[in-house]
Design a protein around this ligand. Sequence first.
Ligand code: NAI
Length: 705
Amino acid sequence: MAASAVDFQVDADVALITLDNPPVNALSQAARSGLLSALRAALTDTRVRAIVLRGKGRAFSAGADVTEFGTAPQRPHLPELTEAIERSDKFVVAALHGSALGGGFEIALASHYRIAARDAKVGLPEVRLGLMPGAGGTQRLPRLIGAAQALQWITSGDSVEAARALEAGAIDEIAEGDLAAAALAAARRLVARGGAPRRTGDLAAPPIDDAAWSAVEGAVAKKQRHLLAPRLCADAIRAAVSLPFAQGLQRERQLFLELPASPQAAALRHAFLGEREATKAPGLPEGVASRPIVRVAVIGAGTMGGGIAMAFANAGFPVTLIEADATALDRGRNIIRDNYAASVARGGLAQAEMDRRMERIVPTLSFNDAAGADLIVEAVFEDLEVKRKVFKQLDRIARQGAIFATNTSYLSVTSIAGFTRRPQDVVGMHFFSPANVMRLLENVRTARTAPDVIATVMQIGKSLGKVAVLVGDGDGFVGNRMLAQRTREAYFLLEEGSTPQQIDRVLTDFGFAMGPFAVGDLAGLDIGWRNRNARAHLRKAAVRDCDLLDQVCALGRFGQKTGAGWYRYEKGSRTPIADPAIEQLIVEHSRRSGIERRPISDDEILERCLYSMINEGARILQEGVAARPVDVDMVWLHGYGFPAWRGGPMFHADRVGLAEVHAAILKWKERFGPDFWTPAPMLAELAATGRGFYPRSVTSPEITC
Ligand code: NAI
């Protein structure tokens, strides 16, 4: 028999049930029902004494079908399938390769024996979508590997390699040769041994190891304190230990059903789908081919150039790293080496792989070495004159058709393109620091950038493992332009009566990993200070400005690297400590500026910091600097630590309701004047007509399973 998405064959006495639902054998309704029918066929086929479940193509199964998100669930549901597998009187062997994740791993856990290829990875990543395993995963995994370890696996959502899964007891065997042959052999061994299948649900769950449990629970409470799903996962795992299996499954079901309709799950689903959406550049003509990129050159071996060179080398590109200054080149190369060595020391990178990556980066002081590059990324000082010289030189030596990218943070890419005779080949590639780690890449198009250049840099983003978002040219592009609004309000709040620690606490309570002042201290306050000085000529005398950053930097307090910034730091520690000297400086500044300090509520801080950004986000959309709200949200999730479970600033604004956001902006306008608080026309219009940046279907939670 053949069912769609599933193939059924009998090899003498063993049924081979093969999931065939490319690309990753997602458990769509067709796959679930196909598996169930194939299982029934195997159970009634008198030739069959055992069953092997496997996946065709590159994975056993990567889990749920994302295209079914947000649609009404169709039977059979996954728990029906896992229960049928576990109850089978014939031995069921799961043969795992590639990924066996989420529902895919739950099917394996319900099988009677698990054999895996060495490259296989297992895991239950549901928490990343604000969900929990709902097909027995929280009940079966603790029975195999213990409650504390199951809590760690399930709340982290991490994938676990086959060798570790074997050691933990989550799988039974690693197949060294042909997986299908080894799985058939295992099935026949089980038949020969006789007896009833070993059902995971029948195993007694080992008692909780209190110390190990508390350690994981403590980490969850700290790192995931805002999240509902990990908390419910912990409840379900406790049930696995304290209740009989059938009741445990019921408890899991009950808890599971609370999640798909939760606001967090809707936001995380948006974050997940948005990442894919953003990389599909809007407005490109159909079928534009990318230019082939083989050789890359990076100009400037400073903070960004070094990180960018690493990002390319990590993805396998040969990189020529070009500097004007021999000392800077040496320093840059040493930093790259130290960064890789630290990964090797931590166990995250093999020495041989570090050597290969180092070999790919060829440092040079000769500009002519850029001549053969297909893509040249400029990361020299943020100074238009310096950039002009670099681009004029590149224009002379680079081959025709090479792409010129600038990593500028604020300068006009259009102006930079104008330094060359080939503006169609010039684009912005705005990486974030550290460039080898941060996932965001703002690709900046000008009015003249050629479509195939845009297609190429979007494709390169993918090759580097980044989330590439296409944005338009303009001061600060999307991310830094919105950030400037928040930064300004944070300084104003300081001089009106708040403190760095209060503002940071409000924003971390909201869900940011760090507050703006702690981030400033980490990045180095001198960066923002230099930038502020460079842009001093743009400030209008009549418009309010706060120079607290200048005052802090004038004291030589540049943040963690100098032991003090907005906070002070004990030697060797990165923990910010509130500093009375800074409070005194701020209070004194308020007095001198004639500002009467007042108690500032947490709500005011949050509104002014967030709504100023959201208003700017609306202008950015209106001007077309970002084509879609999802682009703005992805910039903030991947470049600025906006909490994924809130979906991004524009998604969050819809959640709050644009009428409410608009009313608050008008309130601040009334109080502080129109300079910074005039509502963006798009925001005003959406609010007046009861709409959001997104259609309601995106922002409102829906039951999905
Ligand atoms: P940096 O000062 O650390 O490095 C700049 C490097 O360029 C120096 O090593 C310098 O010797 C070299 N250089 C200067 N003129 C050169 C020339 N004519 N030819 C070759 N090399 C030359 O600066 P950073 O922080 O790496 O910034 C570089 C660019 O990246 C700037 O445009 C900046 O706005 C941008 N950027 C910086 C970020 C950050 O967090 N630091 C984040 C995103 C973008």
